[in-house]
Design a protein around this ligand. Structure first.
Ligand SMILES: Nc1nc2c(ncn2[C@@H]2O[C@H](COP(=O)(O)O[C@H]3[C@@H](O)[C@H](n4cnc5c(=O)[nH]c(N)nc54)O[C@@H]3COP(=O)(O)O)[C@@H](O)[C@H]2O)c(=O)[nH]1
Length: 724
């Protein structure tokens, strides 16, 4: 080995040996010196002084192993008072086993002529105090001249070892208690170490963890992937990060594992270190975020976002395979009534039950999504044409028609379904949704509880409707709504007895819009509640103004939509408006439709009774067109029947209508109710009605619905022509 090849520390030893040899045999020379500047004796003294001061033990023995020279460090090491030349070491330090071993080594080196090394335990005992190196010195002919002994003090090395031990213990402690899972894998991907946390995370049994590959413990679907990562790191030496999931006692554990190579002194990869950060909570949180982002929290069905994704996928599939698919949009009919009348908890339960029932109608590869409120979408990616889609829609309506038993209550719902087909109706997510919506809306208009396929004209209609709803929302705020008044006449006396308040919408750019054109939208959207309240308040103010100058007060008839009965505030609202406007309850007639009575809910009965008790009268509007059973009439506090104008129209020439009107007037009389005929246009109609005992009438014959100013002029003129 050359000097460059020598190991650290070895060079120092050799330098010391060189000095010592030079000193002890008197051959020391300054490096590179040709001539001696100083006398030999002085050089030897200097060298000896140097050796005397060395911290390492240095000694020289003659060929018979007797002491020739030993420096003070040597005597300290051996534990003798004096290194007496000519003595053997056993004589200067008797009874020590270490000295005996030293002597044996000297004997061996002397006999073999080969250097020897041994650890020497000092006088204090314990760990080796020095490493002795015995170097035989031979003459050119091989004759042994003596034995040089160099003792390297091992205390600094022991200190270093102690420090290392301490460090590694601390590190191990740290690793054991670190909030990470740590494992060490050998070249065969077997765990040679796992910290306590990882052992616990893998089930708690160290024997089941150590010496095992990830495939053996914990196993699972991701284990083979992890094995591959370990192999890759062992092979290529790069650092990898990988998501690991496994199950312990039924609970999922997730780690984000950093896998890095471990090298030996020669730079070869021998092991792999895997440090896993527990991301179970993070994983849970991520899943929760995923659920919130893509699923409806109430029904756990996919939401609009996920549906969009599924439709995109269905489009791609259908395009690739060249087939069709269908998108159905289901909206429950009058669902808002359930929420408003039974409360949101019941409404929510019903929605969940509907969701379940709809899912029962389809196959697993179909998607049922909730778009919000009472609107569901059903993607049938594998239907073949119109017939398949119609069959599913029909089944859905039949399933829905079965009563729902919720909280011991039987609830009935129906739905309207719109169907759009890919590719005939649309080729994109948004257009398919829009077209299915247009078809669904068409189903609503066609009487609900049915399904409709998309047809092109629906889109325009649906857009128009949406546009109208938006404009109507602004109309009240912008003062575009007006109340018109139509006179009501006492047929027997011919005197004006009141007026019906009828709503109009003066829509900018479009002129006056009739209620039939916007009241249904106001009802569907719920806007009618706010609008109805406004009409009531304007009409009450008007009648108060009119009656201020009249000895015989007029009555104002105001239409109430069934939607206004859905909330509980109606009675309070009427009372407040009466109080605010100063309108006497007796001046107010509230017109309701027969269909409201059909619901026959306790709540409706109670509300009507409260309004009646307040002093307002209640009339049944459009009588004869609805479904009311006569039995309802005496159960409700009704005071008038308003015979619908369809019966009055053509009354003169149609005997069956005459009979019907006669019958309605008889019912009113039998129940002691007042009667008002609507749509009276001719004097003949008025005469017939009067003759049959009809008390009052309303119609173009007496006056059309008119703006308030016109009605007030009309009032002032009192130009009513009584029926002859
Ligand atoms: N919930 C609310 N409903 C309202 C309100 N205002 C009106 N309406 C309802 O809209 C429907 C249509 O009303 P309108 O177009 O005003 O029609 C009324 C009269 O104009 C019409 N009429 C009256 N006389 C004649 C006639 O001789 N011939 C003829 N062809 N039509 C005539 O009849 C309608 C009377 O309405 P009603 O007595 O209520 O049936 C209508 O159903 C209104 O109820 C509102 O504020 N809220």
């Amino acid at each position: 080995m050359t000097q460059q090849d020598s190991l650290p520390g070895e060079q120092d030893d050799r330098a010391a040996e060189a000095v010592a040899v030079a000193c002890l045999d008197g051959t020391a020379r300054e490096p590179g010196a040709r001539t001696h500047a100083r006398p030999m004796r002085t050089r030897e003294d200097e060298m000896r002084a140097l050796v005397e001061q060395l911290p390492d033990a240095v000694a020289r023995h003659d060929p018979a192993t007797r002491i020739v020279y030993a420096n003070p460090a040597w005597t300290r090491l051996i534990g003798c008072a004096e290194a007496v030349p000519g003595r053997r070491i056993g004589e200067v330090a008797p009874g020590s086993t270490a000295v005996a071993r030293y002597q044996r080594a000297l004997d061996q080196a002397a006999a073999s002529g080969e250097p020897a090394e041994l650890d020497f335990i000092g006088a204090a005992g314990g760990r080796a105090a020095a490493r002795l190196r015995i170097v035989p010195e031979a003459a050119a002919d091989g004759t042994l001249l003596g034995l040089m002994v160099f003792g390297r003090d091992l205390a600094p090395q022991h200190e270093l070892e102690d420090e290392l031990l301490q460090c590694s213990a601390e590190l191990r402690e740290l690793v054991e208690h670190a909030p990470v899972n740590v494992a060490h894998y050998d070249a065969g991907c077997r765990r040679v170490y796992a910290n306590a946390r990882l052992i616990a995370a893998l089930g708690g049994d160290a024997a089941e963890v150590l010496g095992k590959t990830p495939a053996e413990s914990p196993g699972g679907p991701r284990a083979s992937m992890f094995m591959q990562v370990l192999r890759d790191v062992l092979e290529r030496g790069d650092v990898r990060e990988v998501d690991m999931r496994w199950h312990v006692a039924g609970e999922e554990v997730c780690d984000l594992v950093r896998v890095s190579p471990q090298f030996d002194g020669a730079g070869r990869i021998t092991h792999v270190l895997a440090v896993g950060r527990d991301v179970t909570e993070l994983g849970r949180y991520r899943r929760q975020v995923h659920l919130q982002a893509f699923y409806d929290p109430l029904t756990a069905l996919p939401n609009r976002l996920l549906l969009g994704d599924r439709i995109s996928q269905a489009i791609a599939d259908a395009q690739y395979h060249g087939h069709e698919f269908a998108l159905l949009l289901l909206d429950l009919d009058h669902f808002k009534n359930v929420n408003d009348s039974l409360g949101h908890t019941m409404g929510d339960r019903l929605l969940c039950a509907v969701a379940k029932r709809v899912q029962d109608c389809v196959r697993t590869l179909d998607t049922v999504a909730r778009l919000g409120g009472d609107e569901f979408a059903i993607l049938l990616p594998d239907v073949r044409g119109v017939d398949d889609a119609a069959a599913v829609a029909d089944k859905m309506l039949r399933f829905l028609a079965e009563p729902f038993l919720i909280d011991g209550r039987e609830l009935f719902v129906t739905g309207s379904i719109g169907i759009a087909l890919f590719p005939v109706d649309g080729g994109e997510v948004e257009s398919l949704l829009k077209f299915a919506d247009a078809a669904m809306y068409h189903g609503k208009r066609a009487g609900r509880n049915n399904f409709q396929f998309y047809a092109r004209e629906f889109t325009a209609r649906s857009l128009e409707r949406m546009d109208k709803e938006l404009a109507l929302r602004k109309a009240l705020k912008n003062g575009e709504l007006e109340v018109y008044y139509q006179p009501q006449i006492d047929l027997q006396t011919g005197l004006l007895i009141g007026a019906e308040a009828l709503l109009r919408w003066r829509r900018p750019g479009l002129g006056l819009i009739e209620p039939d054109d916007f009241i249904p939208i106001a009802e569907e959207s719920g806007l009618i509640v706010e609008i109805g309240e406004w009409v009531l308040s304007v009409a009450c103010e008007a009648v108060v103004r009119w009656n201020a100058r009249r000895s015989r007060p007029l009555k104002i008839a105001v239409n109430l939509s069934p939607r206004q009965f859905v909330r509980n505030e109606l009675v309070d609202t009427v009372a407040r408006i009466l109080a605010d406007t100063g309108c006497k309850p007796a001046w107010l007639d509230l017109e309701i439709t027969e269909n409201l009575l059909l619901e026959d809910s306790e709540r409706t009965v109670a509300m009507l009774a409260a309004l009646d008790a307040m002093g307002a009268s209640i009339s049944i509007d459009d009588f004869g067109t609805g479904y009311s059973a006569l039995s309802y009439l005496h159960r409700f506090p009704v005071s008038h029947l308003k015979i619908d104008r369809t019966f009055v129209d053509g009354l003169e020439g149609q005997p069956e209508k005459t009979e019907l009107v006669k019958a309605m007037l008889s019912i009113a009389a039998a129940l002691n109710l007042g009667s008002v005929a609507e749509g009276v246009e001719t004097a003949q109609q008025a005469a017939y009605l009067k003759q049959r005992g009809c008390r009052a009438a309303q119609g173009y014959l007496f006056g059309r619905p008119m703006p308030v100013a016109d009605f007030e002029n009309f009032l002032n003129k009192q130009t009513v022509s009584p029926a002859s």
